[in-house]
Design a protein. Sequence first.
Length: 335
Amino acid sequence: MTIFCSHCHRPLQAEMSCLPKRAKQASSASRPFRSTKSASKARRDQINAELQALRSLLPISAQEKERLSYLHTMALVCLRLRGAQLFPPGLAPPVGPALGTELLSLLPGFLLVLSADSKLVYISENVAQVLGLSVVELLAQGDTVFDILDGQVGEDVQKKLLLALEDPGREVTFVSEMRTSKAFRLQHGGNRVVAVCGRFVALRWPPSPSTTAFLALCTPVVQSPTDGEAASQDDILQSMHLLDMTFIDVTESVTYHLGFHREELVGQSWYSLLHPEDADLAAAQHRAVALGAGAGPAAGTAVLRVLRKDRAWTWLRVWAQRDGGCITCTCRCLR
């Protein structure tokens, strides 16, 4: 009796010849949605249409919308979504686009709002006056506060934000260089030094990370002199220390800047003048200089708050270097 193949109805000995055809049919059946050029184009068109729809919803002028790339569109959409999560329609935000140009122009800097995980939620439009970058251009740098900071200060800033998050209402301040436009850097010789002063505020009860925002005012300070640029001697004071940062000597200009006489500081510790929140940063600078761990001119540089004799705080940009058994500090006052 002859046994026939159930697929091709030929004798069994011929069944093997139909296997390639069967395999091909099975392979085709397993890939019913195989990608084609037309399918790829359809997907791209759909994505473009969705992005256009999102762009049309942004609360900016039609002229600004025309200049938006897809990256900028998504960055702005994400910013708006984070803002809507923190400030739902029924809750009036403490800061936001409702602030008029006239009111913003009266501020000494720009406003910044961060989420509990340091994501950017709001940047006031007058940021362009401080950094030379619009909100859209600044968002192209990234979506966290660390993306717009320039320099190796991320760890210190993160510590201060965590400290503020643990104690809502507690004000924290940090100074850092922020990214600027190329035109700004060419004109001023570098990025902009900005003091960020703010606190976390619980927007709704009960408080939680999803309902807590960091509200801050970012104020520009005087640029530090770039390499080779002579700074005004009126802004400079110099001091010499033992390796444990005990004052050995200090220039007479300390009286003008801090109110102390030279004799009052000799024998005192540098740390006795530092703001408690800046002690960790100063200690890191101290270790790098004392152990010679730093590399390059920026290794021994820090921006610190120092106590004046009248009990007020003043910002100093401090360059430190080791010279044998001593450490020399050159400080410039930041206004």
